[in-house]
Design a binder for this molecule. Structure first.
Ligand SMILES: [Zn+2]
Length: 128
């Protein structure tokens, strides 16, 4: 079972690569790339087992499509409020050192000081 898609990049057929040349003699054209679905074992398959690379031959075509249709794409799932992820912020003090040079650059002094380390920790939540 082999299914194909035409690349959805709006400018795909204008890229001057030999892989796009079709026709013979004086009737040659640059044609949109034909993509075999699942041509690689993509890492990005979503819930529906579909990859964006089943629809775009390369990143340039993907970005051209997004640029052209951005308003429509965003309208599919508009974000009207910020999302938030619960976290814990832990601050811990620890002994560290810095070098002070003073006037003698060839002999820096190692000086201890109290440093603070800030760590963001995940919080278990049921909101998934
Ligand atoms: Zn393309």
């Amino acid at each position: 079972m082999s299914n194909y898609n035409w690349c959805h990049g709006p400018n795909c057929h204008t890229n001057q690569t030999t892989s796009r040349v079709r026709g013979s003699g004086d009737n040659k054209v640059l044609r949109t790339i034909k993509i075999k679905q699942g041509r690689y074992n993509y890492y990005d398959r979503g819930e529906n087992n579909v990859s964006m690379w089943d629809y775009f031959c390369n990143q340039s075509c993907l970005m051209d499509f997004i640029r052209l249709h951005l308003t429509s794409i965003v309208a599919i799932a508009p974000r009207r409020e910020a999302l938030e992820t619960p976290i814990k912020v832990e601050k811990e003090k620890y002994e560290s050192y810095r070098y002070e040079y003073g006037s003698n650059y060839s002999n820096p002094q190692r000086v201890p000081y109290q440093a603070t380390r800030t760590t963001i920790k995940s919080v278990d939540n049921d909101n998934g």
